[in-house]
Design a protein around this ligand. Structure first.
Ligand SMILES: C[C@H](NC(=O)[C@@H](N)CCCCN)C(=O)O
Length: 647
């Protein structure tokens, strides 16, 4: 008898790939927010008073629900009971809510005593209210995020089973990884004018993710109706406790799970510290450090499918995992013990981070079979989260222990003296010789007072250290100032304002067109000034334009300069609000620290040697488990060295 063929929405390629796009974008936003804060570690240290241990604890909050509530397993069970629509909405909403709470914990409104501040200030007083609020936020984000990955994968399986499933799952993960890459790349550019904008941008993406998920629900409702008519409900993917018992008594599965936890713990937590490591060890600017860190993720997007193809067609999965673990150690040791260009270890890490996942996740199907796959992945995610929870904390603690005095407090008389002379001399805090006889970057941060932690001025210096780590800084010769309170400036009566139109993002002098030069300007109480560009006879051709605004003294010396987007109205008027653009330069001599309560810090670079040695040790454990897995495969006969695709 000929079977009746039921066509469903799954058979429509446009709809199927459209669903993949929706679910992958939610995955992308999830991965984006997970790493959006990684390039901002030092800003959390100076703006919120975080230590490295605080930062590590905050980052590990993501994994707390997944370790202690086993959310990846529990989420799978909830998913089986409540279905994709309710579970997905609930957990994607948690991600978005967690994002808001995290960003709120760093906001000025919260720091000024906004809702929840008093409560967070009333317990565990050794930790700052910001840390506690942000911890709560990242905890709720993590609660939603890991289960969302399970739900999103289930959606892909639902629409692609029997079709292009492996490709779809691979693309889903690749787009997720693109989220991490873009977060590392973009966050450094989003810190102007307010550094927390970089966090709020991630929050915006999470809410967009919720919107996309809600759009998907309509498609899910429709497909469920069609599939119910076409096929009886399948029980095979459901969670069963018996399966879990089978898994944890399977030696090969235990080895692959241990490899998963050690390997991923040496990668994801490393990414959380990578931009900060590059800024400290190699003196890179934040944007370059973000770009180099992102190469790791961009690389995996290209290489994972390649290694996946090798595992599928040529086999050798166990060997690939072994090789990946070896590369991981080499890369981390390079970071720990050499000053070789970071591009090389980052590249090697990218290869390692492509080799192991490409070989590992498909290998699990051989060990546990298709019907236990959901439970197996859920279990592995939960165990993996133990590492993602512990490592950021451990690295933070090791960093603090290896850099006890890297922030040098300057108070009262000492601040006044240094402010007056402009000179600071000291010897590096670190006992290792990593930074001796090298060009090193330092930060100088002035706070309004010792209590509020409000920054009024921050500048960066590069200077050569001596053979014993001694150094001297001339505060007037800064490399860059990235923050100043505009009110600190003493602007002479005869100062003039200049507006130059910027054509090139590199701000080259030759690329600017002078638009306005006036000595008759008066700032209102909000540092706002209205210029009439039409008067100059050089009205810009566009309404919105990038400009450099400078204030110069009568001799033409720049007192203050920033770049910002200006808008010119029909009559040629433009409003300039100082202090809201990207700071370009501030003349040190024009600074006037009027009140008495200022405190300042000279911040030395952090020595990452011990932290990186710890990551290398983890890699060593990884290689041990990869070896045991490879050896065990010969006995258990799962065929991990055989091609995944049987010809
Ligand atoms: C597939 C794997 N993802 C995971 O292991 C997740 N449990 C952790 C994701 C953390 C970022 N949201 C991977 O990305 O290789």
């Amino acid at each position: 008898m000929k079977e009746k063929i039921h066509k469903t929405m799954r058979d429509n390629p446009a709809l199927r790939w459209g669903v993949l796009l929706l679910s992958s974008l939610v995955m992308f936003f999830n991965y984006y927010f997970y790493d959006a804060l990684s390039p901002l570690k030092d800003l959390m240290q100076t703006n919120l008073g975080f230590s490295s241990s605080d930062y590590g604890a905050f980052m590990s909050a993501y994994s707390v629900p997944n370790v202690f509530l086993a959310m990846a397993v529990l989420g799978g069970i909830i998913l089986d009971k409540l279905g994709i629509r309710i579970t997905g909405t609930l957990f994607v909403f948690m991600m978005a809510l967690g994002g808001v709470i995290t960003a709120y914990g760093a906001s000025d409104m919260y720091l000024a005593g906004g809702p929840g501040y008093a409560l967070m200030n009333s317990f565990l007083t050794g930790y700052s209210p910001s840390l506690k609020m942000m911890y709560l936020g990242f905890f709720i984000f993590g609660l939603g995020a890991e289960t969302s990955i399970v739900v999103l994968s289930k959606i892909v399986v639902k629409w692609f089973k029997g079709k292009e499933l492996a490709l779809a799952l691979g693309l889903n993960l690749a787009i997720g990884r693109l989220g991490t890459a873009l977060a590392l790349f973009l966050s450094p550019y989003l810190i102007h004018p307010e550094w927390t904008n970089a966090i709020w941008f991630g929050v915006l993406l999470l809410w967009l993710g919720l919107l996309f998920y809600i759009i998907y629900i309509f498609l899910d409702l429709k497909i469920d109706k069609q599939v119910k008519e076409a096929l009886p409900e399948s029980e095979e993917d459901q969670f069963r406790w018996r399966d879990l018992l089978d898994l944890i008594t399977n030696r090969t599965f235990i080895f692959i799970t241990l490899l998963c936890v050690t390997f991923y713990s040496a990668v994801f937590p490393f990414v959380k510290y990578a931009p900060d490591l590059l800024m400290n060890k190699f003196g890179m600017e934040r944007d370059i450090a973000g770009q180099i860190s992102s190469i790791l993720m961009f690389g995996t997007i290209l290489l994972t499918p390649l290694f996946g193809w090798i595992a599928d067609n040529k086999g050798k999965s166990a060997t690939l995992m072994y090789l990946g673990s070896a590369l991981l150690i080499i890369s981390h040791l390079m970071f720990a013990l050499t000053t070789i260009t970071p591009l090389l270890p980052i590249f090697l890490l990218g290869v390692a981070f492509s080799l192991v996942p490409a070989a590992m996740w498909p290998a699990v199907t051989k060990i546990v079979g298709d019907n236990k796959l959901g439970t197996a992945y859920g279990f592995m995610f939960s165990v993996q989260n133990i590492g993602l929870w512990a490592l950021p904390i451990l690295v933070g603690v090791v960093l603090d222990a290896s850099n006890p005095e890297f922030r040098i407090d300057l108070k009262d008389q000492q601040f006044k003296e240094i402010q007056h002379s402009g000179n600071f001399e000291s010897t590096l805090n670190t006992k290792s010789s990593t930074f001796n006889n090298k060009d090193i970057k330092f930060k100088y941060v002035v706070y309004k007072d010792s209590l509020s932690g409000e920054i009024v001025y921050r500048s960066y210096y590069e200077t050569k250290t001596g053979k014993d780590g001694n150094y001297s800084i001339n505060l007037k010769n800064n490399e860059m100032v990235d923050f100043t309170n505009f009110d600190l400036l003493q602007i002479p009566e005869d100062a003039r304002i200049f507006i130059d139109r910027v054509k090139s993002p590199t701000f080259g002098d030759n690329d600017t067109i002078r638009l306005l030069e006036t000595s008759k300007f008066r700032l209102d109480e909000n540092n706002q000034y209205i210029a009439n560009l039409a008067d100059s006879g050089k009205k810009p051709d566009k309404k919105n334009f990038d400009a450099i605004i400078s204030i110069k003294d009568a001799e033409g010396r720049v007192i203050y300069s920033e770049s910002q987007k200006l808008y010119v109205d029909k009559t040629g008027k433009t409003e300039i609000k100082f202090g809201f653009g990207e700071l370009r330069s501030v003349n040190y001599d024009a600074l006037n620290f009027k009140q008495e309560k200022y405190v300042a810090e000279i911040i030395e670079p952090l020595d990452y040697t011990n932290a990186m040695l710890m990551f290398s040790a983890l890699g060593l454990l990884g290689i041990l488990f990869a070896f045991l897995l490879k050896r065990d495969d010969k006995v258990s006969g799962y065929g991990l060295e055989q091609p995944n695709i049987q010809k």
